[in-house]
Ligand binder design. Structure first.
Ligand code: N01
Length: 539
């Protein structure tokens, strides 16, 4: 196994595989494991120098789960569940990366992973029913099945600010953070963006920097994470009850231990409602969102009632009322963007060395050699941090030149938004499976079922000597319509966030996440399989 694709001469012969997995993150590692179990000759091509995907690239200070740790680990191996101890209830990036390395070693997955291998193109050869895959360095592969485990939040986005390359200090995007510790001591630091990433990072670096300036465009509804260490007793309880934990997260709407309260918020008298809100607020994790009244996600009045509760929580924590009001979200419903979970985020703005700049009042005009120039003044920095998010869901696919059976590119096919059948296949792109979790669901639990569906499908094909499978155009169109319909019944479409591609200028607005409850999604996928892969053409 070559250590690096660089070590391979581009002139070398084209190696053939039964399956190629792109990406060695949570989905990719499991896909590799399952495909190997089927006896396939597999290669996993990974851009990074190590395993972990999101947990490899996102090393910024404060990066951690917003899922409960015991629900995020893989469930497929009882032995693994008993061997791994989660140190914190919401585990941090270093530990998460260690966990995924442990998984890779335990199941001897590295043998089939080729690191430092950036896939640039994949072209379907209709005659041979094979995919031709090429890396940046020219290395080529041929494969029957192509499994794109490319992540939903991996194509980083840096806004094309004028003068961006002229900055003479250090600059970082949060999702390409260096492995070496970045020393902020005494430095003047500017952060652009106030999404979940910035919200995790800001309170930590605020304590280290000389001065921090945060450039905010849209404030978020951030809620307290309430992280803590896992005691020995709780660790034992996790291990004893994993089967119950996994049963529960397969039954809830979003794959979390929390599930919506079926009562309608406004049916309760105000005092009772507030009592419920306060209890939710005191609980750790996403309970205040995913354990809230169900209709806060569908009913404007209910949503606004809780949104105002959250706004008041923010106002109570920020000493300067002018700054507080800038941090209070008013232009989108609660839950229409993923809720950032925070630890001392709002208190960071009470520090004398932290300044909040609302770029709606004073827009960023350009990046200069010395810092950031707004319509008001030039701010000088030693470091600029872009916490500006991702070209989510579609970006990690469309940045690869993927060409289907008629030579069409996936970029063109998805011009108006993601077009799939069951989130996993695209008409015109046979034997290409999308193994990222684009259901509105806790990552690993859904990723596991998606990977299992894909590998069961491949097993089915091999047992019956089918060479290719492709979604029909009709099945794809019906799924797109259905996805839009269920999405439009929620507040998903009411923000400019990455759920709808609204964060990327020029990107088509479309529902990118499948909003039906996860159990219904799994049931639909199982039904399609049980009907001999209805909606697909097998040859
Ligand atoms: O990215 P974002 P993120 N000028 O897109 C701003 C997951 N995650 O990396 O909101 C100025 O949310 C942009 O402003 P606006 C989680 O699912 C999980 O923070 O578009 N600002 C926004 O403030 C999350 O949802 C964890 O107005 C610009 C920010 O940049 C997802 O990753 C932790 C701009 C981008 O926020 C993405 O989060 C962290 C411009 N031109 C992340 N363009 C966990 O806890 C963009 N912005 C597991």
């Amino acid at each position: 196994m070559p250590e690096s694709s660089e070590q391979v001469s581009a002139a070398q012969h084209v190696e053939s595989f039964d399956a190629i997995v792109i990406g060695a993150g949570v989905s990719g590692l499991y896909a590799l494991y399952r495909l190997r179990e089927l006896g396939l000759k597999v290669r996993c091509l990974e851009d990074g120098a190590g395993v972990g995907g999101t947990w490899y690239w996102n090393r910024y200070p404060g990066c951690r789960f917003d899922s409960e740790s015991e629900t995020y680990g893989y469930s497929f191996s009882k032995e693994l569940l008993q061997e791994w101890d989660w140190k914190e209830h919401y585990s941090g990036q270093p530990e998460n990366e260690r966990y995924l390395n442990y998984v890779a070693d335990k199941f001897d997955l590295r043998r089939e992973i080729q690191f430092n291998s950036h896939v640039t193109s994949a072209t379907y050869d209709k005659r041979a029913k094979r995919w031709d895959v090429e890396l940046e360095n020219g290395q080529q592969f041929r494969t029957q099945f192509l499994v794109a485990a490319v992540g939903i939040l991996s194509a980083r986005y840096i806004p094309p600010f004028e003068g961006i390359d002229s900055f003479e200090g250090e600059s970082y995007h949060t999702s390409r953070w260096p492995k070496e510790r970045v020393d902020f001591t005494g430095k003047r630091v500017g952060v652009i963006g106030t999404g979940a990433t910035a919200v995790q990072m800001i309170p930590i670096i605020a304590k280290e920097v000389g001065h921090l300036t945060v450039f905010q465009r849209t404030p978020n509804y951030c809620a307290p994470l309430r992280n803590s260490l896992v005691s020995d007793e709780t660790q034992r309880r996790f291990k004893e009850t994993y089967s119950e934990i996994h049963k529960r997260i397969r039954e809830t709407s979003g794959g979390f231990i929390h599930d919506f309260d079926r009562r309608r918020a406004m049916d309760l008298p105000r005092e009772e409602r507030l009592k419920v809100y306060e209890e939710l607020w005191r609980a750790p994790g996403f309970k205040k969102w995913l354990g809230n009244f169900r209709d806060i996600m569908t009913d404007r009045v209910a949503n606004e009632d809780f949104a105002e509760f959250v706004r008041n929580k923010i106002r109570a924590r920020v000493k300067d009322p002018v700054v507080a009001e800038k941090l209070v979200p008013k232009n989108h419903p609660f839950g229409s963007k993923r809720i950032p979970l925070e630890t001392e985020y709002y208190e960071a703005y009470n520090r004398p060395n932290v300044l909040l700049v609302d770029i709606n009042e004073t827009a960023i005009e350009r990046i200069t050699p010395r810092g950031i120039k707004t319509s008001d003044k030039e701010y000088e920095f030693d470091v600029i941090i872009y916490a500006t998010g991702f070209d989510a869901i579609t970006g990690s696919m469309t940045r690869i030149d993927i060409r289907g059976e008629a030579g069409q590119s996936i970029k063109n096919h998805w011009e108006g938004g993601m077009r799939t059948y069951l989130q996993m296949q695209t008409a015109g792109f046979p034997n290409l499976f999308i193994a990222t979790n684009t259901a509105f669901c806790n990552y690993t639990v859904c990723a596991e079922s998606i990977v299992e569906w894909i590998t069961d499908c491949i097993r089915y094909m091999r047992e019956r000597d089918y060479a290719s499978i492709v979604a029909t155009g009709e099945a794809e169109q019906a799924w797109v319509d259905h996805t839009n319909e269920v999405g439009s019944k929620t507040f998903l479409s009411a923000s400019n966030g990455w759920f709808v591609g609204g964060n990327i200028p020029g990107k088509a607005r479309a529902i990118l996440m499948y909003a039906n409850p996860a159990p219904a999604f799994r049931a639909k996928c199982a039904e399609v399989a049980s009907k001999g892969y209805e909606g697909f053409v097998l040859e």
